[in-house]
Design a protein around this ligand. Structure first.
Ligand code: TRP
Length: 376
């Protein structure tokens, strides 16, 4: 057998290897996630969870079903939970911050309305926690620019900006995200699979910190090895045009929208011309996405919902999806409205979260300075 000879062939081989590798690491992460879920059942006190969202717009149903309800579940199982509103991550790939102050407060309202309990969980922002951001300096010394340039999520995010030059912050934000996770020594990070490269980077930073700079106390490294927690069988909700749901594509249903707006948006959702409704995510993404919305809202099986609609067509499906989603979000939306009428309270929740995050970050930074012999 002869091996690949031309450059194009070599590139194909490299790509196939990279794909096989990322498939294997996804399978590994999925296995590890199942182990962690089982350990959480047994003893939630061993875990600290950190997750975050970028305040680039309003939270939408993709966030809700994809991560927010999972955080609430972990909190309710007794896991120590921190929720980061990643404001410094907003400016990685755009020119300005947008109406960020309003967005941050609306996010706090959505978290609380969804069931994040500020007595048990901690909600905070990057910009209010200086010691977290200072971790970026020693952490950046532990990575190379070649490593950063290989990060597939950063590459995809750069591509999505349509020809913008890479900013220094976009290139290095996975290391900043490592600081998000490590400042509070979180060991579990519930994320989608697009975030796996950042978790790998976080583990690398933690390990290299120990190897290069050492420890504050001899018995254990300053930073733990954090694992991603991928939600089991998680269905990804697509946008109403059948592509990835994202604020910048304008294809989202925001949690704060009212029932009527939701109905109008679902009415315009892309489906197909086959009146017979079936669940077929690969060939009928639009139809299947609406079935998923019904399924996630009601806890029913999407195949059974499709069978029930049968020849009822897209009209019936859209009516069902609208009713199910509006019903599911009714209490959330009512609570959100009440909370939005109390901005003083929302600011207070955030101020308390920021104060607690600062206490944690100051302690960790002290350990970092001790390990680095920089306490004078
Ligand atoms: N990058 C994450 C996203 O786009 C948001 C985020 C910021 C995050 N910091 C984090 C997620 C720390 C997990 C842990 O969704």
């Amino acid at each position: 057998m002869t091996g690949p000879t031309t450059e194009a062939e070599l590139e194909n081989v490299a790509e196939a290897l990279a794909q096989a590798d990322s498939g294997a690491s996804l399978a590994r992460s999925q296995r590890r996630s199942r182990e962690i879920e089982a350990q959480i059942e047994r003893d939630p006190s061993q875990f600290r969870v950190l997750t975050g969202d970028r305040p680039t717009g309003q939270l939408h149903v993709g966030h809700y079903f994809g991560s927010i309800i999972n955080r609430v579940r972990l909190q309710n199982q007794g896991v120590d939970t921190l929720v980061l509103i990643a404001d410094y991550q907003v400016i990685t790939d755009r020119d300005g911050v947008g109406p960020i102050a309003e967005r941050v407060i609306a996010m706090v309202a959505d978290y609380l309305a969804a069931g994040i309990d500020p007595e048990r969980s901690l909600i905070f922002t990057h910009s209010a926690v200086p010691a977290l951001n200072q971790l970026l300096l020693p952490f950046l010394s532990l990575v190379t620019d070649a490593e950063l340039r290989r990060n597939p999520t950063v590459k995809a995010e750069l591509d999505a900006t349509g020809g913008r030059p890479m900013s220094g912050l976009l290139l290095t934000y996975p290391v900043h995200q490592a600081a998000d996770i490590l400042f509070c020594k979180a060991n579990v990070v519930p994320v989608g699979k697009d975030q796996l490269p950042h978790l790998e980077q976080t583990r690398v930073v933690a390990r290299r910190f120990d190897e290069r700079y050492g420890r504050a106390t001899p018995d254990q490294p300053v930073f733990p090895q954090a694992d991603a927690l991928l939600s089991e069988g998680a269905i990804t909700i697509l946008g109403l045009d059948g592509t990835k749901m994202s604020k910048s594509r304008g294809n989202t249903i925001e949690l704060g929208m009212d029932a009527e707006t939701t109905a109008k948006l679902i009415k315009k959702a892309v489906t197909d011309s086959d009146r017979h409704i079936t669940y077929d995510p690969v060939n009928r993404p639009g139809v299947s996405n609406l079935l998923n919305l019904v399924a996630l809202s009601t806890g029913q099986d999407p195949v059974a919902i499709a069978a029930e609609i049968g020849d009822g067509g897209a009209g019936t499906l859209k009516r069902l999806a609208t009713e199910a989603l509006n019903e599911r979000l009714r209490a959330h939306r009512a609570r959100r409205l009440e909370l939005m009428a109390e901005p003083g309270y929302l600011h207070e929740v955030l101020a308390k979260g920021n104060a607690r995050a600062n206490a944690i970050a100051d302690q960790t930074l002290l350990e970092v300075r001790q390990a680095m012999h920089m306490v004078y």
